[in-house]
Design a protein around this ligand. Structure first.
Ligand SMILES: [Zn+2]
Length: 449
């Protein structure tokens, strides 16, 4: 068994009293896992891989729609609403096939790797051909996403998404036909053909209470339970969804999900922006994870979700870049605290350590990778190294490395990324996708033409 030894100038490590920044840390890796972590190891020994900066757990991007990356910039012209943004999104969705999605998603996941993301939760509903026709492989699009993650060197949880209706039982619109399997049994049959690999795990998703009729929610929940798989769901991002749900069913979306067995510790509610007191109680009683996507929620003018309140009530909090208006896990993390400061006009709701836990351990657990997100023996060897000597990060004492990373660093400060012991980003360069910017530019331009 070959052992690789990494030497980190600084590392953010678990400690009985909470994480601390240690210096001169040796991290030994074998067979894709961390086998030993030793702080205060002195200077970099001969044969070790030197990592200057602060070593952190690889970050989990718990909510992604890879193809939304193609909208960047295009949706910043004029005003519009969430719903007009969605019309633009549907146009790009209509242009994708398995080959072009493989190319685009490879570039997007490579961008994520460069930003320090080592696992992505892909909330995937673009299943079929335009108009709803089936590909020869009914999972061709899902397989393209799994292959894209492999090419970019990161882990993926393919959250295959049940999407059947344009709203509370209404037929799918023309654009939505390719999202739909017809009914939840057909969804379950197709998803059951997807198989996990070393870098990929399969999870389930309910697009929303709009898109899955109430009578079919339990099929998805039961599939996830039987597969011991994560289950994700968009929840109350827009007040219009709450209003329509109350009209259709007389209860809030959270209550509807609870009544059909969708909530629980394997479940992640994404956004959870507009909740009642009882909704918060239902989510906390069921230990449901909450995935906040702050850069998307502010981009789409959704509002500020009650993340702090939910966390205090006992819900683990995770983070996602969702529409990829930007891909920067540090920006997502600090936005939780900064949003709360603006709302309350007080500081100090989230520590940097808590925010790194959201992007690390809790994010990974919500994606079905509980053995990732910590720098300790036995964990998967997934980590990232942030420069502490860039124009953004130079100055603070290294003991405040976590605060510096969360509140001042950007994705551009990521120097190294290791996934399963494989060094996929070295000195800021992706080792598998040589020119990520060109790959993004080329694939997105092709979709626009
Ligand atoms: Zn989403």
């Amino acid at each position: 068994m070959s052992v690789t030894t990494y030497w980190a100038e600084y590392a953010w490590l678990p400690h009985v009293n909470g994480p601390v920044v240690e210096r001169d840390v040796l991290v030994e890796v074998a067979d894709g896992r961390i086998t030993r972590v030793a702080p205060d190891g002195g200077p970099c020994p001969p044969g070790a891989v030197r990592l200057a900066g602060l070593l952190l757990p690889g970050q989990a991007n718990a909510h992604s729609h890879a193809f939304h990356r193609a909208l960047r910039g295009s949706v910043q012209v004029g005003s519009g609403t969430f719903w007009t943004w969605r019309d633009t999104m549907y146009r790009f969705a209509g242009a994708l096939d398995p080959d072009s999605y493989l190319a685009l998603a490879t570039a997007v996941y490579a961008e994520m790797a460069l930003a320090g993301i080592t696992s992505v939760g892909e909330f995937h509903y673009l299943h079929h051909a335009p108009g709803g026709g089936r590909y020869a492989d009914p999972n061709a699009m899902g397989h393209a996403l799994i292959e894209a993650a492999a090419r970019a060197g990161i882990r993926i949880t393919l959250l295959d998404t049940c999407y059947l209706s344009s709203g509370f039982g209404a037929e799918p619109t023309r654009h939505q036909l390719r999202f739909s399997d017809g009914d939840s049994d057909a969804w379950a049959e197709r998803v059951s053909a997807l198989k996990a690999t070393d870098h990929a795990r399969i999870g389930a998703a309910v697009h929303s209470v709009r898109a899955v009729p109430a009578g079919q929610l339990s099929t998805v929940a039961q599939w996830a339970t039987a597969a011991d798989a994560p289950l994700h769901v968009h929840l109350s991002e827009q007040t219009a969804e709450n209003d329509a749900c109350l009209t259709a069913h007389g209860v809030t979306p959270t209550r509807l999900l609870a009544d059909h067995g969708v909530l629980g510790p394997r479940t992640s509610a994404v956004h959870a922006t507009h909740l009642t007191d009882q909704d918060v109680q239902l989510l906390s009683d069921s230990s449901t994870n909450i995935c906040m996507c702050p850069t998307t929620e502010r981009d789409l003018a959704d509002g500020i979700g009650p993340a702090r309140r939910l966390a205090t009530a006992g819900c683990p909090i995770t983070l996602g870049s969702d529409s990829h208006a930007v891909i920067d896990p540090f920006e997502e993390a600090r936005a939780l605290e900064l949003n709360e400061r603006l709302r309350t006009r007080t500081r100090g709701h989230w520590t940097a350590n808590a925010l790194l836990r959201a992007g690390g351990e809790d994010g990974h657990a919500s994606l079905g990778w509980p053995e990732a997100g910590r720098i300790e023996a036995g964990a998967l060897a997934d980590f990232t190294v942030v420069a502490l000597d860039s124009v953004r990060t130079a100055g603070p004492p290294p003991a405040l490395g976590a605060e510096t990373a969360v509140f001042a660093a950007s994705a551009a400060d990521v120097r190294h990324v290791v996934v399963g012991g494989r060094h996929i980003v070295k000195d800021g360069q992706h080792q598998l996708v040589p020119d990520v910017a060109t790959a993004l530019g080329t694939t997105i331009a092709a979709l626009r033409s």
